[in-house]
Design a protein around this ligand. Structure first.
Ligand SMILES: *[C@@H]1O[C@H](CO)[C@@H](O)[C@H](O)[C@H]1NC(C)=O
Ligand SMILES: *[C@@H]1O[C@H](CO)[C@@H](O)[C@H](O)[C@H]1NC(C)=O
Ligand SMILES: *[C@@H]1O[C@H](CO)[C@@H](O)[C@H](O)[C@H]1NC(C)=O
Length: 581
C-alpha cells in the first residue's frame, strides 16, 4: 500500500483546500497487492486441484445461488457465497480420437487440442446447455442441475452429446458469443475449421436455422463478437430484437481506423427470405459505435477497439443503459475509455439513413433514394408491419435492399458526446467492466468495476462537477489473481455484494467493498468518498441507506471531513496536522 499516505495527503489538500479538480486520474486511493487483498478477508480465490486453465465462462444462477464455471476440460458448479465450498465438477475432455485428429491436422503447439468450454447457458429450470471446442471438433451437451441446489446435482445427460458447429468455435483463440433464449440459440462464431467464416447463427428452437450472408464483407468483416442481449423495442413482442456488440475491420475505407466498434441487431422472428437470402437474416442491420475525445487542439481521438459491454437495466426494459469499454492501440497513443449509450440514440441511428456506395471508386454516403416498405430492419407482425406474418412475405425489392445495405450511415455517439472515463498514458488497458448502482446519503451513484490486462480490478466513481466537468475517483485497485493475467470476465451480484472475476489463470470472488482499508479515522472514511462506506461513529463500515441517517457520516460529493467529522477525529490518521486543522 505504498501510495496510500501520499495520496491521502493530496486528497486532503485538494478536498479541504479547494484546489479544484483531482488531477491524479487513475491513481487509486487504496492499492492492494494480492497478498494484502487476501489479508482483508474480503476476497476468495477459487482453488482447483486439477490441471486446467482458461476460466473464461462464468454464469451466475441467482435462483439456485450458483456460479457455473467453464474452463479447459472442466465444468464446475460453485456456491455463490463461497466459491470454494464443495464445488461440483464435470470432467469433459476431448475424445481421444478427436485429440489425435487435431494433432494430425498440425494443431496442438499452443494447446488447441483440448476441450475449451465456450458456451454455458440455461436451457430451462433444470438443465444447462454447454459447448466446447472439443480439440477442433466443437461439441455440445446437456447438463442436469436439478431443481434446487440442495440436490447437489450437476451431471452430464447421457447420450446428449451433439455437434457444436455454428455454436462454438473450432479454434479456442477465436472469441465467440452466444445466448440461449426460449430454447433458441443465437451465436456469433467462426463456423469452419480454418476459422475464416464468421457468422451470426440461429440454431435449435422451432424456427429455421439462419445465418448472416456468407463471404460478404459488407455484412461482417473479420468480426470479433463480444455480447448479445434481447432488448424489446416496443410492447409488441413481435418487435423483439437481438442486439449484439462486436468489433470488425473497417469497411468505410483505407483512410480511417483499421477496426471499428459495432452494434448490430436482428429480429427474433426472422425466418429468412423466400427467393433470395434463403436461410439468411433479412432484418440484419449494424451501426458504428463511436467513443472519442476532442483534444484542446480540436483533434478527435477515437477509441475503436470495443472490449466489453455491460447492460445496466433501468425501470423500463426497453431502455437499458449500455456501457462499453474501449481501447486504442495506436503506435503513438495508448489508452482506454468507457462510453455510455442510450437505446434511444441507438434506435435513432437505426431509423436514420442507410449507408450507401455507388461503386468501388465512390465514398460511402447516405442512401437518398426510395427506401422499400416495410422499412428494412422492421420485424414482421410488429408495430410497423402489422399485416405481415413472416419475413418470407417481404418483397424482393426489400430483400435486395437489405442485402446491399446492412450498415447505417450515422454512427451512435455516447451520452454527452464524450466518454464517461478516459485513461491515457497508463501502463495498462481495461478489458472488462461491470456497473453497480449504489444508494448513498447524498444520492445514487454508479460504481464501475473495471478489469485490466494486468490482472487487477479498479473501482471507480465519476462525479459531475461545475460546468459539466467530470471528476473521476479511483477508489481502489486490487490484484485479484496469484499469477497476474488479463481479466476475461466479470460478473457482479448486487444482491450478494460480490464480484466474480476470471482470467486464464484463475477465478476469484471479492466483496464490492473493503471500508476498513481506508483508515482508522472519520476523516479517512469521509475522504475516501466510497458510496458503499460511511463512518458509523467508530469505524469506516458498510453504509446501508436503510440505516438511520444521523448515525452515518458520509459525503460523496465533496468529501469534506470538517463538516462530517465534527466531534470525531477529523484528521486522517496517516497524515499530520499540516492540512485542514
Ligand atoms: C498440465 O497440462 C499441460 C498441458 O497438457 C501440461 O503441459 C502440463 O505438464 C500439465 N501439468 C501438470 C502439473 O500435470
Ligand atoms: C429441460 O430440458 C431437458 C432437455 O430437453 C428436458 O429433459 C427436461 O425435462 C426439461 N426440464 C423442464 C423442467 O422443462
Ligand atoms: C419466450 O416465449 C414465450 C412464449 O412463447 C413468450 O411469451 C416470451 O416473450 C418469449 N421470450 C422471449 C425473450 O422472446
Amino acid at each position: 500500500m505504498v501510495p496510500w499516505a501520499t495520496l491521502l495527503l493530496l486528497g486532503l489538500l485538494f478536498s479541504c483546500c479547494c484546489l479544484g479538480h483531482s488531477s491524479l486520474t487513475g491513481a487509486p486511493r487504496v492499492y492492494l497487492t494480492y497478498k494484502e487483498l487476501l489479508e482483508t478477508r474480503t476476497a476468495r480465490p477459487f482453488s482447483f486441484n486439477f490441471n486446467t486453465s482458461d476460466y473464461r465462462i462464468l454464469l451466475v444462477d441467482q435462483d439456485q445461488e450458483r456460479l457455473y464455471l467453464g474452463a479447459r476440460d472442466f465444468l464446475v458448479a460453485l456456491d455463490l457465497h463461497n466459491i470454494n465450498k464443495e464445488p461440483l465438477i464435470i470432467h469433459w475432455p476431448a475424445l481421444p480420437n478427436q485429440e489425435n485428429e487435431c494433432r494430425l491436422a498440425g494443431k496442438g503447439q499452443r494447446g488447441e487440442c483440448f476441450n475449451y468450454i465456450r458456451l454455458m447457458e440455461p436451457l430451462n429450470r433444470t438443465h444447462l446447455y454447454a459447448c466446447g471446442t472439443g480439440a477442433y471438433h466443437p461439441v455440445c451437451i446437456l447438463i442436469n442441475r436439478g431443481w434446487r441446489s440442495e440436490e447437489y446435482l450437476f451431471r452430464m445427460v447421457p447420450h446428449s452429446l451433439e455437434p457444436g458447429k455454428g455454436k462454438c468455435p473450432y479454434d479456442p483463440r477465436q472469441p465467440s458469443m452466444a445466448v440461449l433464449i426460449n430454447n433458441t440459440l443465437y451465436a456469433g462464431v467462426h463456423v469452419d475449421f480454418m476459422g475464416t467464416d464468421a457468422a451470426l447463427f440461429r440454431t435449435m428452437g422451432p424456427r429455421p436455422a439462419i445465418r448472416t450472408e456468407q463471404h460478404d464483407s459488407r455484412w461482417l468483416y473479420d468480426p470479433v463478437f463480444l455480447q448479445a442481449h434481447v432488448i424489446p423495442d416496443s410492447s409488441d413482442h413481435n418487435d423483439d430484437k437481438l442486439y449484439f456488440f462486436f468489433r470488425e475491420k473497417a469497411l468505410e475505407g483505407a483512410v480511417g481506423p483499421a477496426v471499428l466498434a459495432r452494434v448490430g441487431r436482428v429480429c427474433l422472428n426472422d425466418d429468412g427470405g423466400q427467393r433470395s437470402l434463403l436461410n439468411k437474416w433479412t432484418t440484419f442491420l449494424k451501426a458504428r459505435l463511436v467513443c472519442s475525445v476532442i483534444g484542446e487542439d480540436g483533434v478527435e481521438t477515437f477509441f475503436d477497439e470495443l472490449r466489453d459491454v455491460f447492460l445496466l437495466p433501468t425501470q423500463d426494459e426497453k431502455h437499458p443503459l449500455l456501457y462499453g469499454v474501449f481501447s486504442t492501440l495506436g503506435s503513438v497513443f495508448r489508452g482506454s475509455a468507457v462510453c455510455v449509450y442510450s437505446m434511444a440514440d441507438i434506435r435513432t441511428v437505426f431509423n436514420g439513413p442507410f449507408a450507401h456506395k455507388e461503386g468501388h471508386n465512390y465514398q460511402w454516403g447516405p442512401y437518398t433514394g426510395r427506401v422499400p416498405y416495410p422499412r428494412p430492419g422492421a420485424c414482421p407482425g410488429g408495430t410497423f408491419t402489422p399485416g405481415l406474418r413472416s419475413t418470407r412475405e417481404f418483397s424482393d425489392e426489400l430483400v435486395t435492399f437489405v442485402r446491399a445495405h446492412p450498415l447505417m450511415f450515422h454512427a451512435v455517439y455516447p451520452l454527452q458526446r464524450r466518454p464517461l472515463l478516459v485513461r491515457t498514458n497508463v501502463p495498462y488497458s481495461f478489458t472488462t467492466l461491470a456497473v453497480d448502482l449504489v444508494d448513498a446519503v447524498d444520492g445514487r451513484y454508479e460504481v464501475l468495476f473495471l478489469g485490466t490486462d494486468q490482472g487487477t480490478v479498479q473501482k471507480v466513481i465519476v462525479l459531475p462537477k461545475e460546468q459539466g466537468i467530470l471528476e473521476e475517483l479511483t477508489l481502489e485497485e486490487v490484484e485479484v489473481f496469484r499469477v497476474p493475467a488479463p481479466v476475461k470476465t466479470l460478473w457482479i451480484s448486487s444482491k450478494r455484494q460480490q464480484l466474480y472475476v476470471s482470467s486464464d489463470m484463475g477465478v476469484s470472488q471479492l466483496s464490492l467493498h473493503r471500508c476498513r482499508e481506508y483508515g482508522e479515522a472519520c476523516a479517512d472514511c469521509c475522504l475516501a468518498r466510497d458510496p458503499y462506506c460511511a463512518w458509523d461513529g467508530q469505524r469506516c463500515a458498510r453504509y446501508s441507506h436503510t440505516a438511520k441517517r444521523r448515525s452515518r457520516r458520509q459525503d460523496i460529493k465533496h468529501g469534506d471531513p470538517l463538516r462530517q467529522c465534527r466531534g470525531f477525529n477529523a484528521k486522517a490518521t496517516t497524515v499530520g496536522s499540516q492540512t485542514c486543522a
